[in-house]
Design a binder for this molecule. Sequence first.
Ligand SMILES: Cc1ncc(C[n+]2csc(CCOP(=O)(O)OP(=O)(O)O)c2C)c(N)n1
Ligand SMILES: [Mg+2]
Length: 332
Amino acid sequence: MKAITKETYIDWYKNMLFWRKFEDKLAAVYIQQKVRGFLHLYNGQEAVLAGALHAMDLTQDKMITAYRNHVQPIGMGVDPKKVFAELYGKVTGTSKGMGGSMHIFSKEHRFYGGHGIVGGQIPLGAGIAFADKYFDRKGVTLTYFGDGAARQGSLHETFNMAMLWKLPVVFIVENNGYAMGTSVERTANHTDIWKLGLGYEMPCGPVDGMNPVAVAEAMHEAIERARRGDGPTFLEMKTYRYRGHSMSDAQHYRTKDEVAEYKKIDPITQILDIIKEKKYLSDDEISAIEKDVKDRVLECVKFAEDSPYPETQQLYDMVYEQEDYPFVKHRN
Ligand SMILES: Cc1ncc(C[n+]2csc(CCOP(=O)(O)OP(=O)(O)O)c2C)c(N)n1
Ligand SMILES: [Mg+2]
């Protein structure tokens, strides 16, 4: 694996702090009703992304996830201003403002969404991996889903085929403890989700999803297994989300003390503590990073607010139309 150096820690700190503040700002503009629809935030789960990016080859590896999907594309290289604008429904957004919060997508950066159907992206991820194998390319697809999605039947069909065909895919369940208001304990008689891999003889195991180092090491092993043709791996990232399921969640299903307990092992604080302990940065340098992050988030807001909404005509460019459909007259 690429060495984890002083620079890695500094990058992790900068990136995770940016993702956190980016989403905090989204929450703020959502309350002002500048962003509409659903909004599911990733706060608390950042180490899962930071560690994975360290192990990925961004020139060929791919990622697909559910609707908690604003910061992953940024990590893969998408301009955060475009992500912000997408949430505002502006024409400068990643999907010209037509996708919105749950559907960030970038073919250019190999980020394949952004999916609202729980578990729907599990077979799609295997399909993307199938294409790489079929065309003899060396890319690996990281397929993310939640603990709730792990209970969907599509997981089993996909695991079976992925093992049968030794697809270059890594399945990652982000176990943040809850599917909306339903705890993992209430959805199955066992809580070690990684054990679902055992039934398919898929290499699998649990990972400390609050620690980017642990994530990077586990992801590296899984990605390299897939790249050399030895098939899929299933990793359970033990993580936590600080905010509600979406912005409209009163969170009656958990206590404030529980949230506070997880904040003690916050991934950003963990990395900052190491930076301070090892004297990788001075206090002034840390303050400069924080200021830079704040400025960059404000640039995103300004870009989104200054951008225009799409023209009405764009609606017609974005729907499928079969010109020879016999029952309804074609509009031309
Ligand atoms: C097929 C389907 N069933 C139900 C829903 C409603 N729903 C949206 S999110 C969600 C919970 C999913 O939880 P999890 O997979 O743990 O992901 P998390 O939100 O924790 O990231 C449910 C049931 C849906 N979108 N799609
Ligand atoms: Mg969950």
